[in-house]
Every structure is written in structure tokens, then in C-alpha cells.
Write a protein that binds this ligand. Structure first.
Ligand SMILES: C=CCO[C@@H]1O[C@H](CO)[C@@H](O[C@@H]2O[C@H](CO)[C@H](O)[C@H](OCc3cn(Cc4cccc(/C=C/CN=C(N)N)c4)nn3)[C@H]2O)[C@H](O)[C@H]1NC(C)=O
Length: 135
């Protein structure tokens, strides 16, 4: 039910810079990127309180509609009610998610799909996008 961008053709070395706000009552949001909604190199899912998880970032891939093995990141830079700036880039080895607001944190996730271009990008759940820039 969130924003969906397609036909993006983002290549290694370029980045997707998303700015937005986390609502004060947020439970969870997700940034998804890859070839299509069912073919994600990265599902980046900060959980404030969801699925029994509290303040943890879940990363995973989705191939042909099947989830891979979760990567669970306890370093949690997001704060309820605060703005956030998230820059996503990738190469043949990994995807990098740099959270520049609040704080400064980088998170890496293997490029399991061997993705060569990010065509699809979506935002789901409790995150109000203010701007998206392609750099
Ligand atoms: C312990 C039992 C077995 O283990 C659990 O098994 C679950 C099912 O596999 C995993 O959960 C799954 O994990 C996946 C990643 O791996 C995806 O995140 C998936 O969600 C897909 C999905 C996305 N979307 C859209 C969306 C995304 C974010 C927020 C909202 C809406 C927020 C509404 N806002 C409110 N209410 N304020 C909506 N919906 N579903 C989630 O179901 C758990 O992690 C896992 N837990 C552990 C500890 O292992």
C-alpha cells in the first residue's frame, strides 16, 4: 500500500537517497529494492515493535516469492517521530544501506541475486517519504 517505483535502472556506484519521517507511533517499515516486488535483493525492515521484535533491523532477500535467510542487525539508529535519511547503493558483492539521520551507520547485505541494476524500489509501512534523490 506504500510507494512503488519501477523501471529505475540504478547501477552500481549510484545511490538512492530517501528522506522521510518515522511517525511517533511507528511499529515497522520496509524499503524493498531489486528486480520486482517478488524478486528483491534487499528487504530492509526496521522493526520498532513488530513480529515480537523490538528495535531491530531485519534484512532479507526474496527470490521467486521465497524469503532467504534473515540478517538481524541490533544496531538501531531510527527514533520514533524523527526524520531519517537513508542512502542505498550496491555492487556485485553487496548492497550498502547508509543511515545518515539520526546518527551515522552503514549496514551491508550480500547481493544474493547477483543484481546488476535496481529496477524496483518500494516503501511500505510506517515511514512518510519526503524526498527521493538518485545520485
Ligand atoms: C519466530 C517465528 C518464525 O520466524 C519468524 O518468521 C516470520 C515469517 O517469515 C518472519 O517475519 C517475516 O520476515 C520477513 C523478512 O525475513 C518479512 O519482513 C515478512 O514481512 C513481509 C511483509 C512486508 N509487508 C509490508 C509491510 C512492511 C512493513 C510494515 C508494514 C505495515 C506496518 C503497519 N503499521 C502499523 N501497524 N503501525 C507492512 N507485510 N509483510 C515477515 O512476515 C520473522 O522475522 C521471523 N522471526 C524470527 C525471530 O526469525
Amino acid at each position: 500500500c506504500g510507494m512503488v517505483l519501477t523501471h529505475l535502472n540504478v547501477h552500481p556506484g549510484e545511490c538512492i537517497a530517501v528522506k522521510g519521517t518515522v511517525p511517533p507511533d511507528a511499529k515497522s517499515f520496509a524499503l524493498n529494492m531489486g528486480r520486482a516486488g517478488s524478486d528483491l535483493a534487499l528487504h530492509f525492515n526496521p522493526r520498532f515493535e513488530s513480529h515480537g521484535d523490538t528495535c531491530i533491523i531485519i534484512c532479507n532477500s526474496l527470490q521467486g516469492g521465497e524469503w532467504g535467510e534473515e540478517q538481524r542487525e541490533p544496531d538501531f539508529p531510527f527514533q520514533l517521530g524523527q526524520d531519517a535519511k537513508i542512502c542505498i547503493s550496491f555492487n556485485d558483492q553487496e548492497l550498502t544501506v547508509a543511515v545518515a539521520l539520526p546518527g551515522e551507520q552503514q549496514l551491508k547485505f550480500p547481493n544474493r541475486l547477483g543484481l546488476e541494476a535496481i529496477e524496483f524500489f518500494s516503501v511500505e509501512g510506517d515511514f512518510r517519504v519526503k524526498s527521493i534523490k538518485f545520485k
